[in-house]
Design a protein. Structure first.
Length: 126
Protein backbone atom coordinates (compact mmCIF):
# COMPACT_ATOMS: atom_id res chain seq x y z
CA UNK A 1 0.00 0.00 0.00
CA UNK A 2 1.25 3.47 -0.79
CA UNK A 3 2.91 5.19 2.15
CA UNK A 4 0.51 8.15 1.99
CA UNK A 5 -2.43 5.79 2.62
CA UNK A 6 -0.64 4.06 5.48
CA UNK A 7 0.19 7.47 6.95
CA UNK A 8 -3.50 8.43 6.79
CA UNK A 9 -4.40 5.35 8.83
CA UNK A 10 -1.65 6.13 11.35
CA UNK A 11 -2.69 9.79 11.61
CA UNK A 12 -6.44 9.18 11.83
CA UNK A 13 -6.18 6.30 14.33
CA UNK A 14 -3.07 6.96 16.45
CA UNK A 15 -4.25 4.88 19.41
CA UNK A 16 -4.88 1.91 17.18
CA UNK A 17 -1.73 2.28 15.04
CA UNK A 18 0.77 3.12 17.77
CA UNK A 19 4.10 4.79 17.03
CA UNK A 20 5.94 1.48 17.21
CA UNK A 21 3.50 -0.31 14.89
CA UNK A 22 5.41 -1.68 11.89
CA UNK A 23 3.50 -4.83 10.96
CA UNK A 24 1.48 -3.56 8.02
CA UNK A 25 1.81 -6.16 5.26
CA UNK A 26 -0.63 -5.14 2.53
CA UNK A 27 1.12 -4.51 -0.78
CA UNK A 28 -1.74 -3.05 -2.83
CA UNK A 29 -4.13 -0.10 -2.37
CA UNK A 30 -7.46 -1.82 -3.09
CA UNK A 31 -8.26 -2.66 0.51
CA UNK A 32 -7.55 0.82 1.86
CA UNK A 33 -11.24 1.76 2.28
CA UNK A 34 -11.98 -1.62 3.83
CA UNK A 35 -9.13 -1.25 6.36
CA UNK A 36 -10.02 2.40 7.00
CA UNK A 37 -13.68 1.59 7.70
CA UNK A 38 -12.74 -1.35 9.91
CA UNK A 39 -10.24 0.79 11.83
CA UNK A 40 -12.85 3.51 12.26
CA UNK A 41 -15.38 1.07 13.74
CA UNK A 42 -12.81 -0.53 16.04
CA UNK A 43 -11.55 2.90 17.10
CA UNK A 44 -15.11 3.92 18.05
CA UNK A 45 -15.49 0.87 20.25
CA UNK A 46 -12.09 1.40 21.86
CA UNK A 47 -12.93 5.01 22.71
CA UNK A 48 -15.82 3.75 24.88
CA UNK A 49 -13.88 0.92 26.53
CA UNK A 50 -12.36 0.77 29.97
CA UNK A 51 -8.57 0.98 29.61
CA UNK A 52 -8.57 1.87 25.90
CA UNK A 53 -4.76 1.81 25.88
CA UNK A 54 -4.95 -2.01 26.11
CA UNK A 55 -6.51 -2.25 22.63
CA UNK A 56 -4.15 -1.71 19.70
CA UNK A 57 -3.12 -3.35 16.45
CA UNK A 58 -0.47 -6.03 16.34
CA UNK A 59 -0.54 -6.83 12.60
CA UNK A 60 -2.48 -6.14 9.39
CA UNK A 61 -1.82 -8.44 6.45
CA UNK A 62 -3.14 -10.49 3.57
CA UNK A 63 -3.18 -14.24 4.18
CA UNK A 64 -4.72 -16.81 1.82
CA UNK A 65 -6.25 -13.89 -0.15
CA UNK A 66 -8.08 -12.50 2.88
CA UNK A 67 -7.52 -9.60 5.24
CA UNK A 68 -6.11 -10.44 8.66
CA UNK A 69 -6.41 -7.80 11.39
CA UNK A 70 -4.74 -8.85 14.64
CA UNK A 71 -5.15 -6.88 17.85
CA UNK A 72 -3.55 -7.02 21.29
CA UNK A 73 -6.92 -7.56 22.92
CA UNK A 74 -10.50 -7.70 21.64
CA UNK A 75 -14.08 -7.85 22.80
CA UNK A 76 -16.81 -10.02 21.30
CA UNK A 77 -18.11 -6.95 19.43
CA UNK A 78 -14.65 -6.25 17.99
CA UNK A 79 -14.21 -9.90 16.97
CA UNK A 80 -17.55 -9.84 15.15
CA UNK A 81 -16.69 -6.64 13.26
CA UNK A 82 -13.21 -7.89 12.36
CA UNK A 83 -14.69 -11.17 11.09
CA UNK A 84 -17.23 -9.29 8.98
CA UNK A 85 -14.53 -7.18 7.33
CA UNK A 86 -12.26 -10.17 6.83
CA UNK A 87 -15.13 -11.88 4.96
CA UNK A 88 -15.72 -8.70 2.91
CA UNK A 89 -12.06 -8.76 1.85
CA UNK A 90 -12.65 -12.00 -0.08
CA UNK A 91 -15.07 -10.08 -2.28
CA UNK A 92 -12.92 -6.98 -2.72
CA UNK A 93 -10.23 -6.61 -5.38
CA UNK A 94 -6.91 -6.07 -3.65
CA UNK A 95 -5.71 -3.87 -6.52
CA UNK A 96 -8.60 -1.48 -7.20
CA UNK A 97 -11.13 -2.07 -4.40
CA UNK A 98 -14.07 -3.12 -6.60
CA UNK A 99 -16.41 -5.71 -5.16
CA UNK A 100 -17.73 -7.33 -8.33
CA UNK A 101 -16.60 -10.28 -10.43
CA UNK A 102 -13.89 -11.36 -7.98
CA UNK A 103 -11.76 -14.43 -8.61
CA UNK A 104 -8.82 -15.88 -6.76
CA UNK A 105 -5.33 -15.92 -8.27
CA UNK A 106 -2.11 -17.49 -7.13
CA UNK A 107 1.39 -16.24 -7.74
CA UNK A 108 4.12 -18.41 -6.28
CA UNK A 109 2.82 -19.17 -2.78
CA UNK A 110 0.59 -16.09 -2.45
CA UNK A 111 -3.14 -15.95 -3.09
CA UNK A 112 -5.04 -12.76 -3.90
CA UNK A 113 -8.49 -11.76 -5.14
CA UNK A 114 -8.86 -9.63 -8.26
CA UNK A 115 -11.83 -8.20 -10.14
CA UNK A 116 -12.27 -9.19 -13.76
CA UNK A 117 -10.68 -5.99 -15.11
CA UNK A 118 -7.58 -6.20 -12.88
CA UNK A 119 -7.26 -9.90 -13.65
CA UNK A 120 -7.19 -9.21 -17.40
CA UNK A 121 -4.67 -6.39 -17.01
CA UNK A 122 -2.45 -8.50 -14.73
CA UNK A 123 -2.51 -11.39 -17.23
CA UNK A 124 -1.50 -9.05 -20.05
CA UNK A 125 1.36 -7.55 -18.06
CA UNK A 126 2.70 -10.89 -16.87
Amino acid sequence: MRQELIDKLYNDFPKLFREDFDNFWIDQDGWFNLIYDLSSEINSIISLADNPENYYLIQVKCKFSGLRYYMSKTTKEMDDIISLFEIKSYNTCILCGKDKDISQHKKHTRFYDLCETCSIIKNIIE
